[in-house]
Each structure stands twice: as structure tokens, then as C-alpha cells.
Write a protein that binds this ligand. Structure first.
Ligand code: UDP
Ligand code: MG
Length: 340
């Protein structure tokens, strides 16, 4: 038991989102203890259970009972990876907060290099992948396109090939806590807050066990969140396209008039008319969709729902549980004897 540690404020807080990771939890915990103990400073790890359907939660509770440095937030359902990280930030107590994935793709040994940078005075040490093993070609390729696209169109400087794996000073975390937008792209927000940032290079290992929790559909949603949260370029595209077609058709009118004046009998066929109408109709619908995308996000903001709901919390003092659990009915209600 490390009961005494929980009384000291930890120097390091690790935030680890967990969704159906029962296959990796024991090894992850063992590696973390080894690496974090070698720092010689008190630390805590906050596992955010993002609505796992497997035994992840039970396993984490078991670990928490053995080691009070292990804290647990249990979401009432699956809220998503980026939201789980947000919750970890909200509850982290350390002077430096480190976000990493549960699947050991972010090797805990890299933490030590981030911590070194932090001790040198940097506020954010973000991990940049020089190599990624065990990923499909498709993922590598789409990721590469995405990072380059977002870098070109975003209002803030988002580093290439950097994931959520990073260390942040408490000041940065306090700043991040103030950003409550609903569609969240945490690495973008981490760039937005600024501070002194430095890259730490590493080779990304393959997943230790289990399958990726980011299928194409979720990757596209993340990319969409990233682009709409950090750029107005898609909206402005409608204007540029409009200018282009207005100019183009203006030219067309002039040409048509000239040809008519000089006696050429130009008549375009029905197909030409139909194709150009459909083409422009398609473009208009696309831009309507883009406007809808931003509009939906505005709607989400206006509803102002909380970002997540915590149903149970373990290891936080004072109890972080927002919902006071009532005693189960069966214990409080007196049974009336059934008439025989
Ligand atoms: N994760 C989560 N909620 C989700 C999806 C993923 O908490 O809805 C966690 C997952 O358990 C892991 C991390 O986020 O710790 C990254 O997920 P994954 O490794 O599957 O993503 P990939 O590395 O394949 O991009
Ligand atoms: Mg992974």
C-alpha cells in the first residue's frame, strides 16, 4: 500500500484514457511503476475509463485497492478519447501532467526524456513519431496527409506527426481547463494555449495487445473536428469558388455575345446545359454541407451540455463524485411481511 503517497501532492500526474483495454492493463501498470518510481518523485496515475464493456474497470479498481497512487474516473458511457483526456486534465493534481495511451504504443520510457525537458524549463514536451510500427499503410498515409493539411490551413501552429502523447506543466493544464469547447482536438488546443514547447522524438511501437479503437469513421470525425475547430478555410472556399465561377461565366457571356455579333451560330446542346447545372448544384450542396457542419457545432456549443459525466471516482479527495449515490433501495426499505 502506498497510502502515505496520496497525502502528498504528486509531482507527476499521468492521464490514461482506457476503453476496452483489459489485455494491456497489467503490463501497462507494471511498466509505469518501474519508470515513474525511477524519477524519485511522488506521482499519480489517473485512468479514465471511457465506458469499457470488458473487465478493464474491475481490473483498475483492483489495482487502485493495492496502490493508492492509482486513481480512477469512470465515465457513465463512452464519451470518446479526447473527452477522456479532458477529464484527466480536470482532475490531475501534479506539477506536470502527462497524457499517454493505454496500449503501450507510447513507450513509458519516453516519459523520462519529457521529464528531463520539463526540468530544463520547457512547459510542454510533445512526442513526435519518427517511425510508426504495426500500423496499416492506409493509416500512415491518411495520417500524413492529415497532419500536412491541418498544418497548412490551421490558425495555430500544430506540429507535424505529434499525437496526444505529451507532458504539460501545471500552468498549461490550468489554461487548457478553461477551454471548454465541445468538439475537441486536444493537440490543437495544446498549441493554441502557447507556452514554451519542445519536441521529443520517438519511434512509435505497435499496439501491445488488442485492436485499435480508432476505425476510419472515428479518424475522419477527429480530422473533421480538428479542421473545423482550427480553420475557417472550408467556409471561405465557397467564396473563392463563387468568384471563380462568376468570373468564368462572365467570360462565357462575353464570348457568346461576340460570336453572335460576328455571325457565328453557336448553340450548345442540352447535355452541356444539364451538366453545368448539375455540376454547380453539386458544388452548392457541398458548401451547404460545410456550412451545416459549422452550424451543427455552433448548436452543440449553445446547448452547453457538460463534456462528460463521471459516474464513479476512486482515489480523489475530497470525493470527486458529482452524484451522491443513494443507498440501494433494498437496504433502506423495510419489508412488509407478505400475508400468508
Ligand atoms: N480510447 C478511449 N475512448 C475511445 C477510443 C479510444 O478512451 O472512444 C483510448 C484507448 O483505450 C487508448 C487510446 O484512447 O488508450 C488511443 O486509442 P487507440 O490506441 O485505439 O488509437 P490508435 O493508437 O490506434 O490511434
Ligand atoms: Mg494505439
Amino acid at each position: 500500500m502506498n497510502g502515505a503517497d496520496s497525502l502528498d501532492r504528486p509531482v507527476f500526474s499521468l492521464v490514461i484514457p482506457v476503453w476496452n483495454e483489459e489485455a494491456v492493463i497489467p503490463v501497462l501498470y507494471a511498466r509505469l511503476v518501474e519508470v515513474m518510481d525511477s524519477t524519485g518523485d511522488p506521482w499519480e496515475v489517473i485512468f479514465v475509463n471511457d465506458g469499457s464493456a470488458d473487465r478493464s474497470m474491475e481490473m483498475l479498481i483492483e489495482i487502485h485497492e493495492q496502490d493508492r497512487r492509482v486513481k480512477l474516473l469512470n465515465f457513465s458511457r463512452n464519451f470518446g478519447h479526447q473527452i477522456a483526456i479532458t477529464a484527466g486534465f480536470d482532475y490531475a493534481d501534479g506539477d506536470a501532467v502527462i497524457v499517454m495511451d493505454a496500449d503501450l504504443q507510447d513507450p513509458p520510457e519516453v516519459l523520462l526524456r519529457m521529464i528531463e525537458r520539463w526540468r530544463e524549463g520547457y512547459d510542454v514536451a510533445y512526442a513526435v513519431r519518427t517511425k510508426r510500427e504495426g500500423e496499416t499503410r492506409f493509416k500512415l498515409w491518411t495520417a500524413s496527409i492529415f497532419y500536412r493539411l491541418i498544418r497548412n490551413i490551421a490558425d495555430v501552429d500544430i506540429p507535424l506527426d505529434a499525437g496526444d502523447f505529451r507532458l504539460m506543466d501545471r500552468r498549461v493544464v490550468l489554461a487548457m481547463r478553461r477551454l471548454r469547447e465541445k468538439s475537441r482536438f486536444m493537440r490543437g488546443l495544446s498549441s493554441w494555449v502557447g507556452f514554451k514547447q519542445i519536441a521529443v522524438e520517438y519511434e512509435r511501437a505497435p499496439r501491445f495487445a488488442g485492436e485499435t479503437k480508432y476505425p476510419l469513421r472515428k479518424m475522419l470525425r477527429l480530422a473533421n473536428n480538428a479542421i473545423t475547430s482550427f480553420s475557417h478555410v472550408p467556409l471561405q472556399l465557397a467564396m473563392y469558388t463563387g468568384f471563380f465561377f462568376a468570373g468564368f461565366s462572365g467570360l462565357g457571356i462575353v464570348i457568346a455575345v461576340l460570336l453572335r455579333l460576328f455571325g457565328h451560330d453557336v448553340l450548345f446542346g442540352q447535355a452541356t446545359t444539364l451538366v453545368s447545372v448539375l455540376f454547380l448544384g453539386g458544388i452548392q450542396l457541398i458548401f451547404l454541407g460545410i456550412i451545416g457542419e459549422y452550424l451543427g457545432r455552433i448548436y452543440d456549443e449553445v446547448k452547453n451540455r457538460p463534456l462528460y459525466i463521471v459516474s464513479d471516482a476512486y482515489g480523489f479527495e475530497p470525493p470527486a463524485l458529482p452524484i451522491q449515490r443513494r443507498r440501494p433501495r433494498s437496504e433502506t426499505v423495510e419489508r412488509t411481511p407478505t400475508p400468508s
